[in-house]
Write a protein that binds this ligand. Structure first.
Ligand code: SAM
Ligand code: 2KA
Ligand code: SF4
Ligand code: MG
Length: 243
């Protein structure tokens, strides 16, 4: 029998608002469940129980049918996020199905768990969490994940992305960038008001944060190869879900 995957939302086509393929037109599949509890998580509904009635157990084929229903022939790229999709071994069937349809696949994870299907992801974003999240990075696990990917020639398919809210986070980001200097590195503006409903007010605040982060990176010799980005979807659509 086909395996099932706990899915919280499927949406798109939209654009990837973050990281290594920012601007890429994509569909999103958001899985339920996370092994972290970041203080500022903008997708806490995936793990805090508030959307538990919306979780659907879906097979790879169910997900594909829903993607086609929403996106028709207007997509060639699918981003899998969460929660932490790396908790789900059962994603292997979805990844194989998407490959068979010639769809490029991106995936977002914090780097706390390994899955063998990481080798099949075209754009794998690993986003270890800075001190402001309240989480602690297990660098032994992260080293292992990155070493496996590098040993299998996946360098061009992987990037690191650290969200920065304050100076302490920036120091953490420097350490991560230095430790994994062989991988493309992104600094991402933190949104510390994930319940703000006023899109204009949020936009102004996020742009101020972006300016602060750019200034930090510009002044820092350790960040000569870093790329600084906002969450483009937050600038465009605020804290709205499903965009
Ligand atoms: C919701 S997470 C899901 C994937 C995975 N759990 C992770 O954290 O990488 C997707 C991305 O959103 C980022 N993110 C979550 N909350 C954020 C916030 N308040 N401000 C900026 N980025 C945020 C995460 O760091 C991650 O890069
Ligand atoms: N447009 C858009 N881009 C995104 N990039 C990462 C997202 C996520 O929540 O993982 C996300 C999202 O939710 N929407
Ligand atoms: S790891 Fe990702 S999904 Fe999990 S709590 Fe942190 S930001 Fe949210
Ligand atoms: Mg998001």
């Amino acid at each position: 029998m086909a395996k099932t995957i706990p899915v919280l939302e499927i949406f798109g086509p939209t654009i990837q608002g973050e990281g290594m393929v920012i601007g890429q037109k994509t569909m999103f599949v958001r899985t339920a469940g996370c092994d972290y509890r970041c203080r500022w998580c903008d997708s806490a509904f995936t793990w805090d129980g508030s959307a538990k009635d919306e979780i659907k157990q879906m097979t790879a084929e169910d997900i594909w049918n829903q993607l086609v229903e929403l996106g028709s022939n207007r997509f060639s790229h699918v981003t899998i996020s969460g929660g932490n999709p790396a908790l789900l071994k059962s994603l292997d069937e979805l990844i194989a199905l998407l490959k068979s349809k010639n769809i490029r696949i991106a995936l977002e994870t914090q780097g706390s768990r390994w899955q063998d299907w990481f080798y099949s992801i075209d754009d794998l974003t690993i986003s270890p969490k800075p001190p402001s999240s309240g989480m602690e990075t297990n660098f032994a696990v992260l080293d292992d994940i990155i070493n496996k990917l590098l040993a299998n020639g996946r360098t061009a398919n992987v990037s690191l992305k650290v969200v920065v809210f304050n100076d302490e986070d920036f120091e953490y980001a420097k350490n991560v960038h230095e430790r994994y200097h062989m991988l493309p590195f992104y600094l991402q503006v933190g949104n510390d008001d994930v319940t703000e409903a006023d899109d204009v007010a949020l936009r102004m605040k996020l742009l101020d944060q972006l300016k602060w982060l750019v200034e930090k990176a510009v002044q820092s010799p350790e960040m000569n190869d870093a790329r600084v980005l906002p969450q483009l979807h937050a600038l465009l659509w605020g804290n709205k879900r499903g965009v």
